[in-house]
Design a protein. Structure first.
Length: 562
């Protein structure tokens, strides 16, 4: 049932829409014609059309070359699809199904694969059958997104053809036909469904958090909006009057560090959590604060020209793990202060921001997980959520306190997953608690595409030695109460035999486990008497070394076996 959520939403929005609206301005989609001598590329041309409309610069050649790489026996071996071939027709001149029967490859997966360009998130939903006229109005008018439709052609050889619906003019369907390179062709709704030459057989609808009049940061009163991007049919409700004043106007003004916070007159941008873990450069600000502990490592780099200070209370600690880098020309410092209580959460009376989450992600197996989460979660303090698969089976759930306004990571797309093959649809349901005590629910479907990465790529992409050498934790006396438990794997990569270097006695280890990317255990012991480990049946791949100490601490390191 969950897979039809978006379709039902469109149906509901369609029924509540304005039935008299018979003209919807043609969306500014590009006019795309199928590549010369590739008459079966209508689906690829439609993908190019809607992706470029959504600000993803890609063409049919790139799309088909990537498909050829994934399916070389079907789509042309090693020849590039836009290069001439000695065979006729060209081996790449094959169509792509929409995907409502889960064919591989399929157009739905193509759109989700390229629909995340860093600035925009495109979500597509495929279905067999047709949309009614009101549904089409809602999709084009409220969401501002085109529709890809499939026709089954009955004249000549039985075949299929894809076109892009982009507008409604005087009650007629306006569409782009890539076979003719014709933008703005008109057909009545009845003839669009069936005219003796074709029958409408399936469709793909698209949505994006930044598309349509409900997301353009303007008051479109003629489209039913009551305030900017809210109210009326198709847009989110307006929960409060429009905010007033620079510190509550939902904008980043000149003297503010972030939206409605920082600067001379606004509250600070963040509260101070008990602990803070920094695992990527994007988490850095000029001042990173935590009461008890700050831990940094992984892909965290203080770049040249940046000024960053880690600040904790006098009794707190600052731990710099391998992978933390400080480039020459930066100004990095650590300090302890007596009192950090002056930093409080910004919680204005008018809470104008709502959350959105990515609808499609790609995970390269062999390089760890890709975190899935919310963006722009302003003024939220807690989230309770569950992730399930298409059959409703539980994958992952948790309750998380949100330490600072902004982004929150929910799931690494690996832990608890039931399969890692191709594109997998998951569902998120959650309740988000705001700092003013209010709650709202959010969620929906998102697709994770799992791709396998070769061992050569893994080895080529291993982290380089950090330019900044953090404190060697092995130099900390074992009986020091402030020593942070840590271990290293030497060598890494290895051939299946390695040594564990720890800053604590081996007798402190309660359980040592090594798992593969699928979560299967390949080695486990509760009696660690030697720091040398030999895997019983070493195989090439990426593994996780999990160490559970008797005091309850859990330590994890990634390891590559050649």
């Amino acid at each position: 049932m969950k897979k039809y959520i978006l379709s039902l939403l469109l149906f509901f929005l369609g029924i509540t829409g304005t039935l008299q609206a018979q003209t919807i301005e043609k969306l500014p989609v590009p006019n795309v014609k199928t590549y010369p001598l590739r008459k079966n590329w209508c689906a690829a041309a439609c993908a190019e059309c809607v992706l470029k409309y959504n600000k993803t610069d890609i063409d049919q050649c790139k799309i088909m070359d990537d498909i050829r790489f994934d399916y070389p026996l079907v789509y042309g071996g090693n020849d590039f699809c836009c290069q001439p071939s000695n065979t006729s027709p060209h081996p790449c001149d094959k169509g792509i199904d929409l995907g409502y029967f889960y064919e591989n490859p399929n157009l739905n997966n193509v759109l989700m694969r390229y629909g995340n360009n860093g600035n925009n998130i495109l979500f597509s939903n495929v279905a067999e059958g047709v949309l009614n006229f009101i549904n089409i109005q809602s999709q084009l008018g409220s969401f501002g997104q085109p529709i890809i439709a499939r026709w089954n052609m009955w004249v000549g050889d039985l075949s299929a053809h894809a076109i892009v619906i982009c507008g409604i003019k005087n009650g007629e369907i306006q569409y782009m036909d890539p076979g003719k390179g014709d933008l703005g062709t008109l057909l009545s709704y009845e003839k669009f469904k069936e005219n003796g030459e074709h029958t409408w057989f399936g469709y793909i609808v698209l949505s994006s958090p930044y598309s349509g009049h409900c997301f353009n940061c303007k008051l479109d009163a003629d489209k039913g909006e009551e305030e900017i991007d809210c109210g009326g049919s198709g847009c989110k409700p307006c929960y409060s009057p429009p905010p007033t004043g620079n510190c509550t106007d939902c904008k980043k003004n000149d003297d503010e560090k972030e939206i409605d916070c920082g600067g001379a007159d606004c509250p600070p941008c963040e509260d101070v959590p008990q602990e803070r873990v920094i695992t990527k450069t994007a988490q850095l600000s000029s001042e990173v604060k935590a009461l008890k502990k700050i831990t940094a490592g992984g892909a965290t780099t203080v770049a040249s020209g940046e000024t960053v200070s880690f600040i904790t209370k006098e009794e707190g600690s600052i731990v710099l793990l391998p992978g933390f880098k400080v480039e020459e020309g930066s100004n990095f410092s650590t300090q302890r202060q007596e009192d950090l209580s002056g930093y409080a959460r910004a919680c204005p009376e008018n809470l104008c921001a709502t959350a959105w989450f990515p609808r499609s992600l790609t995970v390269r197996l062999g390089m760890g997980g890709t975190w899935f989460g919310f963006h722009d979660l302003l003024y939220a303090v807690k989230i309770e959520y569950e992730i399930t698969d298409e059959q409703g089976r539980h994958i992952y759930s948790k309750t998380k306190e949100i330490a600072n306004n902004g982004d929150v990571e929910l799931w690494d797309c690996l832990f608890g997953a039931l399969t890692f093959q191709g594109a997998v649809t998951y569902y998120l349901t959650c309740t988000i608690e705001r700092c003013n005590g209010g709650k709202y629910t959010d969620g929906g479907a998102f697709v994770v595409t799992y791709e396998y990465q070769s061992l050569i790529e893994v080895l080529e992409n291993l982290e380089t030695p950090p330019q900044f050498s953090p404190l060697n934790l092995n130099d900390v006396p074992l009986n020091s109460a402030t020593a942070t438990p840590n271990f290293s794997i030497i060598p890494n990569p290895n051939l299946g035999a390695f040594q564990l270097e720890t800053n604590f006695p081996l007798s402190a280890i309660g359980n040592l486990k090594i798992t593969n990317l699928m979560g299967a255990t390949v080695y486990e012991t509760q009696n660690v008497v030697s720091n040398t480990v030999q895997l019983p049946r070493p195989t090439t791949g990426t593994f996780f070394v999990l160490m559970i100490l008797k005091d309850g601490a859990v330590l994890t390191q990634k390891m590559v076996v050649r």
